[in-house]
Design a binder for this molecule. Sequence first.
Ligand SMILES: CCCCCCCCCCCCCCCCCC(=O)SCCNC(=O)CCNC(=O)[C@H](O)C(C)(C)COP(=O)(O)OP(=O)(O)OC[C@H]1O[C@@H](n2cnc3c(N)ncnc32)[C@H](O)[C@@H]1OP(=O)(O)O
Ligand SMILES: Cc1cc2nc3c(=O)[nH]c(=O)nc-3n(C[C@H](O)[C@H](O)[C@H](O)COP(=O)(O)OP(=O)(O)OC[C@H]3O[C@@H](n4cnc5c(N)ncnc54)[C@H](O)[C@@H]3O)c2cc1C
Length: 710
Amino acid sequence: MSANKVNVDLQRERAKCDFNTEELTNFLDWGVKYTEKRRNLEQKVLSVKGLLDDTPEEYMSHKEKYENSIRKSVLFYKTLHSMEDENMSIDEKTRINFRNIVTSAVFKDNSPLMLHNSMFIPTIMGQGTDEQKAYWMKRAKNMEIIGTYAQTELGHGTFIRGLETQATYDPDTEELVLHSPALSSYKWWPGGLAHTANYCVVMARLYIKGKSHGIHPFMVQIRDEETHMPLPGIKLGEIGAKLGFNTVNNGFLGFENHRIPRDRMLMKNAQVLKDGTFVAGSNSKLTYGTMVFVRVIIVNSMANMLAKAVTIAVRYSAIRRQSQPKPNEPEPQILDYVTQQHKLFIAIASSHAFYINAMWLWEIYYSVTSQLAGGNLDNLPELHALACCLKPLSTIDATTMIEKCRLACGGHGYMLSANLAQTYGLATAAYTYEGENTVLLLQAARSLVKAWGGHVKGQPLKGTMAYLAENPTVKVWDGSVDGIIQSFKVVAIRKLSSVVKILKEYEKSGLSPEDAWNKASVFLTAVSEAHGRAVLLSVYKSETDKRAAALSPPLRKVLLQMVDLYVTYWALEKVGDMLLSYVPVVGKRASTVRRQFALSWALRLDSGHVSPIAFMSAAAERRQYASITERDVEELQRRYIELLAAIRPNAVGLVDAFDFRDEILNSALGAYDGRAYERLMEEAMKSPLNAEPVNQTFHKYLKPFMRGKL
Ligand SMILES: CCCCCCCCCCCCCCCCCC(=O)SCCNC(=O)CCNC(=O)[C@H](O)C(C)(C)COP(=O)(O)OP(=O)(O)OC[C@H]1O[C@@H](n2cnc3c(N)ncnc32)[C@H](O)[C@@H]1OP(=O)(O)O
Ligand SMILES: Cc1cc2nc3c(=O)[nH]c(=O)nc-3n(C[C@H](O)[C@H](O)[C@H](O)COP(=O)(O)OP(=O)(O)OC[C@H]3O[C@@H](n4cnc5c(N)ncnc54)[C@H](O)[C@@H]3O)c2cc1C
C-alpha cells in the first residue's frame, strides 16, 4: 500500500511507535518461523479467486448465505489440504494455526465445515482404536466424508449423563440400534449437521441386555454418500436463525431404530464385545476428551477475536476526531480521551494475556494427553479444572471487551460493515458452547473444594493448585505487580477456605450436600473466578518475564507495561477482593471486623457511593489492621492513568503488531489505511436498496397512503 493513501493521523501514530512491531508479531506468533508459516498460509488462501464475497453476506437470504458458505468452504478446504504436511505433529500444527484466523476473511459467521476439523476429527483421534483411526481418519482427513459432533439434545446440553439417545446392542446381529425415545432426545445444535455432514459422532447411552452402561461415542452415517439423502430411520433438519453462527448449519437429528454395526462404537476407552460383554474404560470421563481439547483451544480463539476487535477500534479511534475541548484548537483524535484509552488498552493487554495463557495451557494439554496415552491419568483432573476456569474467564472477558470495542466506535460501530457486531456474536456463543460458563466454573469449584479437603488432611497440592497450601499472609501492601498477583492468590485461598466453611455450616444446618452446594454456588463460582484470575495473572507475568529477556529493550519495556496495566486494571476492578487479602495485625476478632470492613467497602464501591461516616469509622478500624489503604487505592488509580498515558503513543503500533490483514479484519473502520469514511460509503453503496433511486413501495404504498387513498 502506498504511504500517501494512508490516513495522516495513522501515519503519525506509526511514526511515533517506539518499538519494532515486527518483533512483537514474532513474539505473539511464538517465533519468526511461525510468523512466516502463518503469512504464507494467509497469502495462499487469500489469493484464491472466489473466496472473498463481493456482495456482503448480510444482504443474502438465509438459504443463499448457506449455499454461498458451502461454495466457499470447498475452495477454502481444498486450499488448506494442498498445504497439509502429513508428517507434522498435532503440536506443530496447532502452533502454526495459533494465530491463523484467515477463516474470518472468508466466513464472517463461520463455516458449516468447522465442526469437521474442530471436533469430528479430534474425536476420532481421541476415542477411536488404532484400527478405527486408520480407517476413519483417512476418509475424514481427505474429506471423503464430512462429519460433526452430535452430543447436545433438545432436553439436555449441560448434563451429559442425562442424554436420552439410546444405543442398544443386539448380539444376534452384532448391531447397535440408535433410537430417540422422545422429542427431548433429539440432537439439537451440532454445526453442519442439518444439510452438510453425512457422518457424525453421536454421543448416546449404551444399553446391553437392558442395562445402561453410560454415555459413549458412536460413528454414525446419516446421509447416503451418493445422493446425500438422509438414511432411513434418520430425521434431519436445521434449527433456524440465531444471534450468530448463521452459516454454520446447526441441525437437529432424531433416530427411529436406526441400526449400525458394532464396530461403529468408538472403542478406545470402553468396548462392547461380540457376545455383548461390556469392558469399561479406566475412567468414564475420558469420553469427554474432545470437550477438554476444544475448551483449551477456545482460550486462544478468544485472544484472536479480541485482538481483531481492538485492532479495529484502536485504528478507528486514531482517525476519528470529535468535540473541541480547547477553543480554537483542532478536534482531538478520540484516542486521546483517557476514557477511550480505558476502554481499549485493557483489551490489547487481555489479548496478550490470553495468547500467553493459551499457549501455556496448550503445552499442559499436550503433555497430559501424552501421559494419558501411556495410561497415566494423574494430571487429568488438574487439566480439566484449569480448562473449566480459563475457558469461562477468557470468554467472559473477551465478550465484554469486544462489546466495549464496538461501543467505543460510536454509531459506526453499530454497522455490520464494522464487523464488530458479528465478532461479538461469535464470541458470545463461546460463553455457552463447549460447557456453559457457570456450569464450568462450578466444575472447577468442585475440583478446588476437593483439593482443599485433601490439603486439610495433609495431602500435597499439585501444579497450579500448589499455592493454595501457602500460608495466606500478605502483611504489607507494596503495590508491586508481584505483590498484587500474590494478593490474588491470597484472595483465592481465603474465598476457598471460606466457602468450605460455609458448605459445612449449611450441611450442619440440615441441608443435604447437594442443597448446600446449590445454596453456596454463587460463592463457589467466585472461588473459581478468583483461582482463574490468579492463574491468568501469574502465567501472563511469569511467561512474559521468561521470554522478555531475549527481546530488545524497547519491546521488553512495552510488554512489561502491558502486564502492569493488566494487573493494575484487575486490582482496581477487584479492589474489594484486594481488601480481603490482608491479614490483621492483631487477634482473631480483628480479622472478622476487617472482613466486614472489606465487604462494606466493596459494596459501597459497587454502588459508587462511599458514606463519609462509614468511611471514617472504617478508616479508624483499618489503622489496627494491615489492610490496603485509601491511599494505596489512589496510588493504584494514579498508576493506572500513568500507564494509559505511557501506552498511548504505542497504541497503533501495538494493534498493528497483531498483524491482521485487511481481508481478515473485514472491517470498514479498521483497515490499515484508516480510510474509514470512504469505506463506510463504499459499503453503504453495496446495499441493494441503493441500486435504484426510487423503490417500488413508494408507488405501491407510500404515495397512496400520503394522498389518503389507502
Ligand atoms: C487442530 C485443529 C483445530 C481447529 C480449531 C478451530 C478453533 C476454533 C475454536 C473452537 C470452536 C469450536 C466450535 C465448537 C462448537 C461447540 C461444540 C459444543 O458445544 S459440543 C457440546 C459441549 N457440551 C458440553 O461441554 C457439556 C458440558 N457438560 C459437561 O461437560 C459435564 O456434564 C459436566 C462436566 C458439567 C458434568 O459431568 P458429569 O458427568 O455429571 O460429572 P460430575 O460433575 O458428576 O463429575 C464427576 C467427576 O468427573 C470429573 N470430570 C468431569 N468432566 C471431566 C473431564 N472432561 N475430564 C476429566 N474429568 C472430568 C469431575 O471433575 C468429577 O471428578 P471428581 O470430583 O469425582 O473427582
Ligand atoms: C453456537 C452454538 C454452537 C453449538 N454447537 C454444538 C455442537 O456442535 N455440538 C453439540 O453437541 N452442541 C453444540 N452446542 C450446544 C452447547 O454445547 C450447549 O448449549 C451448552 O453445553 C449449554 O447447554 P444447555 O444449552 O443445555 O444449557 P443449560 O444447561 O440448559 O443452561 C441454561 C442455564 O441453566 C444453568 N444451569 C444448568 N445446569 C446447571 C447447574 N448444574 N448448576 C447451575 N446452573 C446450571 C446455566 O448456568 C444456564 O444459566 C452449541 C451451542 C451453541 C450456542
